[in-house]
Design a protein. Structure first.
Lengths: 389, 288
């Protein structure tokens, strides 16, 4: 049968996508999962998709999670591809986390402090036992309700700041950079680094943060404070001249307080590592704060030796949408490059084989010698007997 | 397409990309950073080429998209559909009919004309990245035209293997100034870049770089006087059209080492067959 070139990529793609839609739906006898269910009951998945997708919209994120069958990197990708098409009406003012409506606030450095420690809806101290009653759809027991005392909850670094024990925070007056509009350039300023980390892959940041704790660029961190809750987002339209509140978002903030012995240019004082993530994403906020501090090594006159301290390395590899695209592009056809490598290897093998043969001498012409005894047999084996050292 | 601008990108973004393209044309082979957008296709799958194509495409253009030289490979199909859907432009598989050709890994066999634009998808715009991973460093090396590292690599190849072992993405010197990655085209295609009448544009979306070769620009593949550059192709005629000067795909036809070599440029092959050229497979078929 004669060879026929492969055709029909178009039909194959349509068929594959139809199959995908069927797989996504699963057993039609089982009810379809609603966006409200995902938003309400898979909140942490929605949070992660919003954070890495750089778009705060719980409903769209729930849709992305559903469309991606729970693949959160794919969900973040869907959100990113959508957000990039949206017009920009305004830039918000910096959010004020001191005015946060707190759901959780803990400090690992002070036993008690103004506003107290608030555990909030945490997995901490749960025993990780599979709850089979949950599998049976048991009704949950409602949480006890109380009245907030309305006490102010100053942020721990601010408390330390009054005494001059911690470095001052940046003034925040300059216009922050935006990686989604301008390509990364070096040296990358801290605002741009923090943006990259906030959009970065949770797993990547977790591993890098962890590596600093194991000796690869240690930062002597203390979890000064972690807080999670709602903050209002404000914009200041030029025609109004004053700020208006456009809504609330939930964020998790982590401020690491890091020991610092001082350098030629800086007195001994605590230094800061900062993490801020959409939604309730404490693991990522903490990892982000560790990596942020590690990346400040050069600025603080520390030796740069570890991966987490290498700004270029961290920033070029933290984005999981970029990473997944490029890793997975390896499944695209590479027939042409591979073919050129095949020809290359074949040619090099031929040249090696030629070099191994004694010049102008056929195997059968070689007389056996005490150094090169002809083995039993003929042809290939005899020839190899001659050329082998 | 409803809800989206012509060719997907908004006009501001296209303008930003065109500015980068103008700069790239003005400095042949120099990598220009640009504000690469997040596209609805994955990074590494042609987002740079797509953004460049979207920025140069007009409603009267005729677009051809190839991957590995073929119009019917899945990603080429996907990108062609993307533009058919978002720009509504006419598409073609005929190289001669296209005004814009977006490609991954090949340059068509047919000589391109000065009224055509070829847009390359580039995974890794930095030709030095295997030798120096830091882009801070490689940027400095480009600014000083300090390419000794690459020459040493080629020399070491010759010392170790007797020849330069790069078979694709073979580095070129553009306009005697900038070392440039030709994208992962086979070295066989490199000579086609030299003094090409068509405008050559390169887009790297994930790495956020654009570069260009203006028409009729000198493009030299790096080599040494005593080890001149040699383009490689499989030493066979095409099994379908009998061409002996085209780049070939190797097709495995059985599990006993059976191989068939066919043109990687599917349009070139189809055109030759339509003109009556027949390869060994065609002869077999005629005999059956």
């Amino acid at each position: 049968m004669a060879y026929v070139t492969v055709k029909g990529g178009e039909q194959a793609i349509d068929n594959a996508h139809a199959w995908l839609a069927e797989e996504r739906r699963g057993d039609p006898a089982v009810p379809d999962v609603s966006l409200a269910q995902i938003e309400g009951q898979l909140g942490r998945a929605v949070d992660r998709a919003m954070g890495e997708g750089s778009l705060y919209d719980r409903e769209l994120a729930a849709l992305a999670v559903k469309q991606a069958q729970g693949d959160l990197i794919e969900a973040a990708f869907l959100l990113r591809a959508y957000r990039t098409t949206l017009p920009r009406f305004a830039h918000s003012l910096p959010i004020d986390t001191t005015a946060m409506l707190i759901k959780r606030r803990i400090s690992a450095v002070f036993k008690d402090l103004p506003g107290g420690q608030v555990l909030g809806p945490t997995y901490d101290y749960t025993h990780r036992l599979l709850d089979f009653e949950l599998a049976d759809g048991a009704d949950h027991v409602g949480a006890r309700r109380g009245t907030a005392d309305g006490a102010a909850m100053p942020r721990v670094p601010d408390i330390l700041g009054h005494e001059g024990l911690i470095e001052p925070d940046g003034d925040g007056e300059a216009e922050p950079g935006d990686l989604t509009r301008e390509p990364l350039a070096f040296p990358a300023t801290r605002d741009v680094r923090l943006q990259a980390l906030a959009r970065g892959d949770e797993g990547f940041l977790l591993a890098l943060g962890y590596s600093t704790q194991r000796g690869y660029g240690g930062t002597h961190p203390f979890a000064g404070e972690i807080r999670m809750g709602e903050v209002s987002v404000e914009i200041e339209p030029p025609e109004l001249g004053f700020a208006i509140d456009i809504g609330d978002i939930t964020v998790t903030e982590c401020q690491m307080v890091n020991q610092f012995k001082g350098s030629k240019t800086t007195p001994p004082q605590f230094t800061r590592g900062y993490g801020l993530v959409f939604g309730f994403s404490e693991r990522k906020a903490m990892a982000m704060a560790l990596v942020d501090r590690a990346m400040r090594a050069e600025e603080l006159g520390e030796e740069v030796t570890a991966p987490a301290q290498n700004v270029e390395f961290v920033l070029y590899h933290s984005d999981n949408i970029e990473a997944t695209g490029f890793v997975e592009h390896l499944k695209l056809p590479h027939y042409v490059d591979f073919q050129s490598e095949l020809q290359n290897v074949r040619r090099m093998q031929q040249e090696v084989a030629r070099a191994m043969e004694p010049a102008g001498v056929g195997a059968i012409d070689v007389a056996p010698s005490p150094l090169n005894p002809l083995p039993q047999g003929e042809g290939e084996s005899a020839r190899q007997g001659v050329v082998s050292p | 397409m409803k809800g989206y601008n012509f060719a997907y990108l908004d006009e501001q973004t296209k303008r930003m990309i065109r500015r980068a393209l103008l700069k790239a044309v003005a400095i042949p082979g120099h990598q220009v950073p640009f504000g690469s957008r997040e596209m609805p296709l994955p990074y590494g799958w042609g987002t740079g080429g797509i953004q460049v194509t979207a920025s140069v495409l007009g409603s009267g253009d005729v677009l051809k998209v190839i991957d590995q030289g073929a119009d019917d490979t899945t990603n080429a199909v996907s990108i062609r559909r993307f533009f058919a859907r978002t720009a509504g432009v006419q598409t073609t598989t005929y190289t001669a009919d296209a005004t814009v050709i977006q490609t991954r890994h090949r340059i068509p066999e047919k000589t391109l004309r000065d009224d055509q634009i070829i847009v390359y998808q580039v995974p890794q715009p930095e030709p030095l990245f295997r030798l120096e991973p830091s882009r801070i460093e490689t940027r400095r090396m480009h600014s000083l035209a300090d390419y000794g590292l690459m020459h040493v690599k080629l020399y070491e190849d010759i010392a170790r293997f007797g020849q330069i072992s790069i078979s694709y993405d073979y580095p070129v010197m553009v306009n005697h100034r900038y070392l440039m990655s030709p994208s992962p085209i086979p070295a066989f295609d490199n000579p086609k870049m030299h003094l090409m009448p068509a405008l050559q544009l390169f887009g790297a979306g994930r790495e956020k770089r654009i570069y260009a070769i203006p028409p009729w620009t000198e493009v030299q593949s790096l080599d040494f006087n005593d080890h001149p550059f040699r383009p490689i192709r499989a030493p066979h005629p095409c099994g379908l059209c009998g061409a002996t000067d085209s780049y070939l795909d190797e097709v495995v036809i059985d599990d006993r080492g059976g191989r068939l070599f066919v043109c990687s440029d599917t349009d070139h092959c189809a055109e030759r067959r339509a003109a009556g050229h027949v390869g060994s497979e065609g002869m077999k078929e005629a005999a059956e």
